[in-house]
Design a binder for this molecule. Structure first.
Ligand code: ADP
Length: 160
């Protein structure tokens, strides 16, 4: 019975993130999706908006929980009793970044392991930043994000 955290910005959540959650929840007993709250970063969606979207999306899955986090990820892992951090890998750029991050997290808490899941080939081009850009230009993002996220993106770009 090993629980895992899946941390990220989720600005906004995409089908790529969901695929990782869906697969990780069958490997681990619990998945705690952790939304990064970083006041130095410019997000399109507030932490509460990202939390609300993710909670609705993961509602059908009984072993998936959503948290907000403005502290060290390993601290939250200890708090919820998680032994692993799940990260999705799309390409070598992700791998290089994620590998360095995993070494850093290991130095903070040697008992917490990072587990990499390669993206499903269907989703390897999905990136929150690219999807926001596409949505801002009125492009069709219906195959990239769940309907609730597509609606929220449409609202954001209608206002601006
Ligand atoms: P992004 O890199 O799209 O801004 P996040 O910072 O929210 O996304 O990423 C959270 C985690 O999800 C990271 O481990 C990232 O590599 C992974 N991830 C993001 N998009 C995908 C995807 N399309 N397929 C697999 N993993 C992904």
């Amino acid at each position: 019975m090993i629980s895992a955290l899946f941390p990220g910005s989720f600005d906004p959540p995409t089908y790529g993130h969901l695929n990782i959650i869906e697969r990780a929840r069958t490997i681990f007993s619990e998945i705690h999706v952790v939304i990064a709250v970083n006041s130095a970063k410019n997000y399109l969606f507030t932490a509460q908006e990202r939390e609300c979207m993710l909670k609705k999306i993961v509602e059908p899955w009984d072993n998936v929980y959503v948290h907000l986090c403005d502290s060290l990820i390993v601290e939250l892992a200890r708090k919820v009793g998680a032994r692993a951090l799940v990260r999705g890998i799309r390409n070598m750029t992700d791998f290089t970044y994620e590998f360095d991050l995993s070494i850093m997290n290991k130095s903070l808490d040697s008992e917490i392991e990072t587990v990499f899941l390669p993206t499903d080939p269907k989703y390897f081009v999905l990136k929150s930043s690219g999807i926001k850009e596409l949505a801002s230009l009125g492009g069709d993002i219906s195959t990239m994000v769940p309907p609730i996220v597509a609606e929220e993106l449409a609202k954001k770009y209608k206002k601006n």
